[in-house]
Design a protein around this ligand. Structure first.
Ligand SMILES: *Cc1c(COP(=O)(O)O)cnc(C)c1O
Length: 370
């Protein structure tokens, strides 16, 4: 075989490990009835209006989509209350993160982030041969004071998942205000609000005024979670127009496909489906809290559509055992919290099935000696 050398900063990267697909578990374990509460997807599925829009658009799939997504732009502009030229759409908000790394990172630059947090921050940083500076969470929450301390003259970007994934915790408006006062104004601070719609905290931050004021702040949101369109890959960033213009230089021209644009445009206008989604999520989250508490299991109160629960055991073993019961969750071992499971809130039927399976599994699996 001919040789081919991989760039050194790529050689050591490990690919992102997604939640296991249902089909894979069915194949591997010979199960038929499998549920997935592993990737924070909407258990109600997409908005019926989005499905209808895709159906109506399918026959036009021979045509390229409009590269600047005008209908979607208008719908999201109305939804977010921000001017159209502050929006950058991506193939998932993942891609907008990637565009930020491509636009602003050179080799040796530093990116400050919390740890554990969303895995893609580090991946996109290291792909640019830049350095990921990981600041441990405090009490499972971003420690913005420590993150401000971690900023150096090499820092270009800061990523704050708010609510955080995998912990579901939120930093508040007052914490964010204090942080932004300390961050030098030539650094772009990115608030990844993938779970924005689920937040119910009274002091939840609103970063849109800072963007309107011309600060180097960006907000990322997505149609993958509350809007139930994860399979279509649509997300967006909100930022001042000059930053949006920079990202547009590295964006591939047709990055949000025709069906995705149509579906997301319809979903953005379906407030009823969103409302149902939030009701189901609140009910499921409260149910999990009650059931965990009854079983003496500690959990992290969540501002999102998933909950981290401490099983006290090796999460990989609990994960494997749950899988044999046909329930796919996420093991905290891969997320920096080795005894925790991350479970997405499902329908009440799915939530009950998970709790029943977890109860069985933990009974069979004694707590390790301290
Ligand atoms: C799910 C998620 C995303 C990515 O969502 P897509 O829009 O599907 O790419 C981004 N950030 C966090 C924290 C997430 O949990």
């Amino acid at each position: 075989m001919p040789t081919l050398s991989t760039a050194e900063h790529i050689r050591n990267l490990r690919p992102y490990v997604p939640g296991k697909p249902i089909e894979e578990v069915q194949r591997e374990l010979g199960l038929t009835d499998v549920i997935k509460l592993a990737s924070n997807e909407n258990p109600l599925g997409p908005s019926p209006l989005a499905v209808e829009a895709m159906r109506n658009t399918a026959a036009h799939a021979a045509l390229y989509p409009e590269g600047n997504a005008p209908a979607l732009r208008e719908a999201v502009s109305a939804l977010a209350g921000m001017p159209p030229d502050t929006l950058v759409f991506g193939n998932g908000s993942d891609e907008v993160l990637h565009l930020m790394a491509l636009s602003y990172l050179a080799p040796g630059d530093e990116v400050v982030q919390g740890s554990p947090s969303f895995a893609m921050y580090e991946l996109y940083t290291r792909q640019m041969n830049a350095v990921s500076v990981k600041v441990p969470l405090a009490n499972y929450t971003h420690d913005l004071g420590a993150m401000a301390e971690a900023i150096t003259h090499r820092t270009r970007l800061v990523f704050v998942a708010n609510p955080n994934n995998p912990t579901g915790t939120l930093v508040t408006q007052s914490q964010v205000d204090r942080f932004l006062e300390r961050v030098p104004d030539d650094i772009l601070v990115v608030f990844d609000e993938a779970y924005h719609e689920y937040v119910h905290h009274p002091d939840a931050p609103n970063l849109l005024p800072a963007i309107r004021d011309g600060r180097n702040v960006a907000v990322l949101r997505t149609f993958s979670k509350a809007y139930g369109l994860a399979g279509l890959r649509v997300g967006y960033g909100i930022m001042r127009p000059e930053i949006a213009e920079t990202l547009n230089r590295v964006r591939s021209p047709f990055n949000v496909n025709l069906l995705a644009q149509a579906a997301a445009t319809a979903a953005a206008q379906d407030s009823e489906h969103l409302h149902r989604t939030l009701v189901v999520n609140n009910e499921g989250r409260e149910y999990f809290y009650r059931e965990f508490a009854q079983r003496g299991l500690a959990y992290i109160p969540s501002e999102a559509n998933f909950v981290m629960v401490d099983t006290g055991r090796d999460s990989r073993e609990v994960f494997e055992a749950l899988q044999r019961h046909g329930v796919i969750v996420r093991a905290g071992a891969g997320l920096g919290l080795p005894t925790f499971l991350r479970v997405s809130v499902g329908t009440m039927a799915q939530n009950r099935r998970f709790v029943a399976a977890l109860t069985d599994v933990l009974q069979e699996m004694p707590l390790p000696e301290k």
